[in-house]
Design a protein around this ligand. Structure first.
Ligand code: NAD
Ligand code: GLY
Length: 360
């Protein structure tokens, strides 16, 4: 199986490599992008037990002095408390300005390690070794880093591009079905916002058939990273086109909040968000007829077709704190057709009224 390479040119230039077996060779790849003598691997307990040794061995084989910080898995660890522990760990282990952090894990590890790299000693290098589908297609690329506050997710963060992203797609074999499916929500999103051909390809598979077909899955991950790369290059700091990546997320976040971040996964909530906004768009003449039906069917192939309890009106209320809200206006992402999306700025009240009148 051949490796795929996608180069991102933003405030930093770096490669995203995609393929099997990359973790075993990560030391050599990291040597090509940093002068570091010491590496600090940051990971969670689940990923550490699966891949910690492989990565530490691969780094030590290249002569690196390696230290490792492990925190409990889960979103609750993406906190200022864990961040402070990471800062102190880096200091205690003598990590200097010329050294490098290694984020080994899903989006939680990537986001907090990236933010530690952005802030420790006013900035040190970091590389991403993403091990979930969501992290490989989305969070490891593009330089958004953050931690959560009690008041909401990702409220403190920075833009900090990694020096390298190694997507070892063999790691996806050990993912629980639910976590794999969560990443598929973002994959379907990429097809919807930017690529009719990717979407058509997704219509031919299911979770089961895609997981068995590694070459196809690697190629789909590469298509997603290419789309994300193009969007990030056009709008690194999220003031315009990058908001398209938020398709389905405004309502999705509202659903996650309604269920207290426990009753429904992020991917499923985004799936409901994408469906609802597309149904509203189609009914209001803003999307091609049939767009909603194809989206609904495609989501169902990946187990993302669940219904939720809150009504559209209740969900509208939950969108009030969305980061895409500016004063009295909110930016809504609409897919006018499969593979074609736009940002529609509308008064918050008009958005609420549109949703409130809507019943699926
Ligand atoms: P996660 O990092 O919590 O990983 C999910 C679970 O999978 C964890 O329990 C983890 O231990 C486990 N895991 C990871 N890799 C595994 C593997 N290969 N095999 C078995 N288990 C494995 O969650 P996630 O879905 O990867 O990421 C979600 C986070 O990403 C959220 O905090 C979200 O805000 C963030 N995010 C950031 C961006 C961005 O642009 N920075 C984009 C999207 C999401
Ligand atoms: N995941 C959204 C973004 O990177 O902008």
């Amino acid at each position: 199986m051949s490796l795929k390479k996608i180069t991102v040119t933003a405030s930093g230039i770096y490669d995203v490599l995609i393929g099997g077996g990359l973790l075993r060779h990560c030391g050599g790849y990291i040597q090509n992008v940093t002068e570091a003598q010491k590496l600090a691997v940051i990971t969670d307990d689940t990923v550490d037990s699966l891949y910690g040794k492989i990565v530490i061995d691969a780094l030590e084989n290249e002569g690196y002095d390696v230290c490792k910080f492990v925190f409990p898995h889960g979103e609750q660890s993406k906190s200022t408390e864990t961040l402070a522990k990471i800062w102190n760990f880096l200091c205690e282990n003598g990590i200097s300005r010329s050294d490098c952090l290694v984020a080994l894990g899903g989006g939680v590890v990537g986001d907090i390690t990236g933010f530690a790299a952005a802030t420790y000693l006013r900035g040190v290098d970091f590389v991403q070794l993403p091990t979930t589908l969501l992290a490989q297609v989305d969070s490891s690329v593009g330089g958004k880093t953050a931690v959560d506050l009690d008041g909401g997710k990702n409220l403190v963060g920075a833009f900090k591009q990694p020096k390298l992203v190694l997507c070892d797609t063999d790691t996806l074999d050990t993912l629980d079905e639910e976590i794999f499916v969560d990443g598929m929500g973002e994959v379907v999103k990429y097809g919807m916002i930017k690529s009719a051909s990717l979407f058509s390809e997704l219509e031919q598979y299911t979770t089961e058939t895609l997981r068995k077909n590694k070459d196809v899955l690697d190629d789909i991950i590469a298509q997603c990273v290419t789309i994300k790369r193009d969007v990030v290059e056009a709008d690194e700091f999220d003031t315009g086109e990058r908001m398209l990546l938020n398709f389905g997320h405004t309502i999705g976040h509202s659903i996650e909040q309604y269920y207290n971040y426990t009753g429904i996964t992020h991917g499923k909530a985004v799936g409901v968000g994408m469906k609802l906004i597309t149904a509203v768009a189609e009914d209001n003449g803003m999307a091609e007829p049939g767009t909603y039906g194809r989206l609904k069917n495609c989501l169902s192939y990946y187990g993302l077709d669940n219904d939720v309890e809150p009504t559209p009106a209740q969900l509208a209320g939950g969108c009030i704190n969305d980061k895409k809200r500016f004063g009295g206006n909110i930016n809504i992402i609409i897919c006018c057709d499969i593979g074609a999306s736009m940002i529609k700025k509308m008064p918050v009240e008009a958005f609420f009224a549109m949703l409130a009148e809507y019943t699926e």
